[in-house]
Design a protein around this ligand. Sequence first.
Ligand code: FAD
Ligand code: DHB
Length: 398
Amino acid sequence: MRTRTQVGIIGAGPAGLLLQHLLAQQGVDSVLVENRSREYCEKRQRAGVLEHGSVELLKEIGLGDRMVREGLTHSGIYLQFDGERHHIDFPSLTGGRTLTVYAQTEVVKDLIAAGLAAGHQLHFEVSETAVRDIDTERPVLSFVDADGVAHEVECDAIAGCDGFHGVSRPAIPSLRVSERTYPFAWLGILATVPPSTDELIYAHSPHGFAMHSMRSTEVSRLYIQVDPDEKIEDWSDERIWEQLQLRLGHPGWTLSEGPITEKSITPMRSFVAEPMRHGRLFLAGDAAHIVPPTGAKGLNLAVADVKVLANALVRLLVEGKADLADAYSETCLTRVWRSTWFSWFMTSMLHRFPVESFASPAEAEFQERLQIAQLRQVVSSTAAATNLAENYAGWPLP
Ligand code: FAD
Ligand code: DHB
């Protein structure tokens, strides 16, 4: 079946779904295809922290009602190391900026429900997604829908919002790739137990990194650093809680335990592909770049990309001007590299690097002493704390 739209969008993650809304609000029609089911997209456990700018954008476009009702506003984070726990207060360091804990699953549910209610064209469970003719003004998005019907959608532009393993990035002929794979992974759990903390705790410990986050007043989200080749089957609930108690433990404070309802292991890497556009194919979000989760930046970067992209596409397709589209990659990459730096900084400061990743045990010791010196600087110097707070809370959206 041959059809036509203005923008073909691949991927129903936060990037693709939000782009479809931003375009629709400015009168641009689109077709979005996703190879997973709606239920899978809504259940996939990932990010939890929204920057001030992401929250404001969702509110501005009328999709923030439930987030405002159910999201948890936080005014900073705790940094824990060497037996100490310090609060970094974001509003006082950043001119009032806060962060919101509202799970990516909930953002995705809100975007899908509003999209379907508004009559957006959303196809779940497609297969054989492909793009062609991206060097022309009529690129084609092809796919087979859930009923087995083959579609060819003639577009004016295609947005590759299909995450790290999608088909869009490989369709770009020459990319400059920068990459770093970290020698550890995160084991994340959801537990039905009220959070034991008022703010997120990031803990450096001799046993490895741990973090205490949350999803609601009833559900906690916790992470521990593990070796990248660990198997989730080898981590019983008891073993996970034991490590969390060991790494997060602090005098006069108790970590409450509860039933674990979800657990998974995520590798940690940084990856940036440049440019983020070739002809009429534009990459956005994890399709173009990945950051390790320590800085809570991935979802927020995806939001920033699609805000820039929506403006560029409206200018191109409604006003007939290519200036913003031509500048798209460069505009996004400034922020991408700032987030890449911040995520590297947080990751390097807080994790225990395996001794084998150094030339000698003395070098491993050197790295650990530097981490503590860095952490001490952040908690004792307003300049250093401001740098962390500004980057974590996020700078204004373009
Ligand atoms: P995705 O969410 O990956 O969406 C891409 C979509 O494309 C998927 O639905 C996929 O099924 C679909 N797709 C792929 N291939 C095809 C195809 N061929 N055809 C059709 N569809 C396709 N970020 C933060 O900002 N804050 C955090 O606190 C944070 N914590 C995190 C914690 C963890 C444990 C993890 C794993 C990530 C975390 N992130 C965080 C990162 C964040 O989740 C991602 O950056 C975000 O999902 C990127 O959104 P996206 O829309 O670009 O990509
Ligand atoms: C969460 C994830 C992160 O990567 C982070 O830095 C903070 C919180 C979370 O899932 O809640």
